[in-house]
Design a protein around this ligand. Structure first.
Ligand code: AMP
Ligand code: GLY
Length: 418
């Protein structure tokens, strides 16, 4: 078997790690990969957005399965291109990936099939948006409809701020093309939960659910980030909740997409808020979460290769279902000082020898090799996942390692999972 993992962050490292465990004899290529993945995969310096070059690589190296980590190549149509060339790939087609790449599309679809979500309006014209905002009570959530690397959501404390923000997006080009449409939403109060499914377009099979910590600072303060840490499984997820999300969210959405001629295959990420009125959908993503993948994949107690291959071939999942997790995992993200705004790169990263084990995984998110040294190359540098018999044990493992790893400007949250 020969696999290709597209991407080079912590999620893609966790995917490669999972494939390596599922298929110890397989050859794994990663494009572009990262220095951490280089230990288990052959890294090929092709950007995750260079779709032509990726397809040529898959063709040349006779790849049996390509797995795409990030949303941007999915939204750009990597699956469409591979399928047109007869190359096996796991992930949604571009039209189906609109569930993430167009928040306006996702919201309209949710309204059509009756999925509980925040009340909303969709606008392309600032004057109309302003009139709508006057009727709303703050906080008011303003979102660029398109992909904005996790920065496209602004929570506004006043109507004036919301109107100004809409103007910046629609008229000021703040998010470029991603901001040609805005979604204005009701603010949802409650704990967030990320529920992951693997789907063949019809059936949605739940994987482990996780909780991400998006705020930069301890106590859930500071700006939103891509995620500063996550843990799984989430204790308050009564067993019935995931089944309910499967039946009342995932399946109706999949059915509607299939009926419209865009069947959705791949991983489906349902972001929920547990409001006083019950769970409501915050967003869909067309991929696994990052850092959530760094706890979900180590806890998944079944090989993912078989279902991924089946889905890539256009076959069904039949009765595939992984057993419930029998451990806890917690990932602490080590970020560069300054993240999520500007940060320095090129700081040497020192990881003590022997730190990694079956219960302590180090996933590279933003690192590079320079003159034989490991250096920082991104805002989120490493994800340190502890795996234990309790959440407490997983946290202790993760934090002890987070403490031991050194680089200048290292910033991390000590309150993940508490
Ligand atoms: P999104 O890109 O839609 O996932 O939004 C990023 C983050 O913004 C979410 O994880 C939430 O923390 C926050 N957020 C987005 N929409 C809302 C909302 N309607 N109410 C409250 N918080 C929100
Ligand atoms: N951690 C949030 C995301 O992957 O979208």
């Amino acid at each position: 078997m020969r696999f290709l993992v597209v991407g080079g962050g912590g999620r893609e490292h966790a995917i490669a790690d999972r494939l390596r465990r599922d298929a110890p004899d397989a050859e794994i290529l990663a494009a572009p990969g990262n220095p951490g993945m280089a230990g288990i995969a052959e890294c090929v310096p092709i950007d995750a957005l260079d779709l032509e070059a990726l397809a040529a690589l898959a063709e040349e190296r006779l790849i049996d399965l390509a797995v795409v980590g990030p949303e941007v190549p999915l939204a750009a149509g990597i699956v469409d291109l591979f399928q047109a060339r007869g190359l096996p790939i796991f992930g949604p087609l571009r039209a189906a990936a609109r569930l993430e790449s167009s928040k306006a599309f996702a919201k309209r679809l949710m309204r059509e099939v009756g999925v509980p979500t925040a009340g909303f309006g969709i606008f392309t014209e600032a004057g109309q948006a302003g009139a709508h905002i006057e009727d709303l009570a703050p906080p008011i959530v303003v979102k660029a409809s398109g992909l904005a690397a996790g920065k496209g959501v602004i929570i506004c404390g006043t109507a004036a701020e919301a109107s100004r923000t809409v103007g910046e997006i629609l008229d000021g080009g703040r998010f470029g093309d991603a901001g040609r449409e805005v979604v204005i939403e009701e603010y949802l109060e409650g704990e967030e939960l990320s529920v992951f499914f693997i789907t063949d377009g019809e059936r949605a099979i739940p994987l482990v659910s996780a909780r991400d910590h998006k705020r930069l600072l301890e106590g859930d303060r500071g700006p939103n980030t891509g995620g500063m840490g996550a843990f799984a499984p989430v204790a308050e997820v009564e067993s019935g909740l995931v089944d309910r999300v499967q039946r009342s969210v995932a399946e109706p959405v999949l059915e509607a997409l299939a009926a419209s001629g865009s069947p959705y295959r791949g991983f489906l990420y349902v972001g929920l808020v547990m409001t006083a009125d019950g769970p409501k959908v915050l967003e869909f993503n067309c991929r696994l979460g990052d850092p959530e993948a760094q706890v979900v994949l180590p806890l998944t107690r079944a090989a993912l290769v078989e279902p991924m291959l089946a889905i890539a071939r256009g076959e069904g999942l039949s009765d595939w279902r992984p057993p419930a997790p029998d451990a806890f995992a917690l990932v602490t993200v080590l970020a560069s000082g300054g993240y999520p705004d500007t940060y320095r790169t090129g700081m040497e990263v020192l990881i003590p020898a022997g730190l990694e084990s079956d219960s302590l995984r180090i996933y590279h998110a933003g690192t590079a090799s320079r003159d034989g040294r490991l250096v920082t190359a991104g805002g989120r540098v490493l994800g340190v996942t502890g795996i234990g018999n309790s959440l407490e044990q997983a946290r202790t493992l993760s934090q002890t390692a987070a403490e031991a790893i050194q680089f200048e400007g290292k910033h991390w949250r000590r309150d993940i999972g508490s």
